[in-house]
Design a protein around this ligand. Sequence first.
Ligand code: PEP
Ligand code: MN
Length: 336
Amino acid sequence: MLIVMNHNAGKKQINAVIKVILRMGYEGIPIPGGVRTAIGVLGNKGYVDDSIIQGLPGVQEVLHVSKPYKLVSRDFHPEPTIVKVCGLEIGEGRRPVVIAGPCAVESEEQIIKTARAVKKAGADMLRGGAFKPRTGPHTFQGLKEEGLRLLALASAETGLPIVTEVMSPDTVGLVAESADLLQVGARNMQNFDLLKELGSIRKPVLLKRGMCATIEEFLAAAEYILAGGNTEVILCERGIRTYETATRNTLDLSVVPLIREMSHLPIMVDPSHATGKRSLVPPMAKAALVCGAHGVLIEVHPEPEKAMSDGAQSLSLPGFSALMEEINSLVKFLGY
Ligand code: PEP
Ligand code: MN
């Protein structure tokens, strides 16, 4: 860490900063420049909390060299992490995976019908929300425990592993009984108590990017799970909020190659929530795979026009089947 002092900071202020650094257990070395002095901090093994230093008299700027996401970074862990979900390997060098299913589990008939169809089309995992984080309280909130039971039924029927969302720390145990991959939704990316709880279990987690999260915040959220001892984390880009309103979100595909450079964790893409529009899902799913995503998450519904949530972005069963044919050719072309 480097502390840049104001041009008019005197010896007294510089020494006061050095004293605080010492009290934090590090060493502060003044580096006098032409107009101002900088203070180098030595002896830290990772990211230093700069909140005290930022407010000291004479301090202009604090520059960090270490990142707040050491455990998820390639610097610390150069080898790629391969996450295993029921024996299915996800990550670098592996065939990209497809997670498909409805936004929410609505009925036994709906989830079983979808599970059979997506399995037949070649999907690797079944998704479906049982606990739904909805923007307004007057909309369908999910079937909760009953939804989990129906997901387990669909898994038993098709053999597909289950991906479903967990919203609170106190339901992690319950959701983990039915889920093979626990999803943290965009709205909960910074639910730190939830992330800590997920760090304490030994089941894989699919962490979605918050709708206004920077890459640094996204990776720092994953760091919470790894810091708890759970290294099985898959990241998922699902679009971010921008000034554009023609699409539900703006799909930031550049994060795929960027995160592959910065982190050893697998990165997937959800073109359904990213675009909010059925016709845009296939092209963006394929674009995600071309730029190196380790998988895609696609919302599929047997009757999208009757869906209780996210019908406009859900593919029909034939629509998903057609996309899978294109994905299969593309994945072959990509060398898998
Ligand atoms: C979902 O996957 O159904 C969902 C709510 O997604 P997000 O958290 O990305 O909005
Ligand atoms: Mn949805």
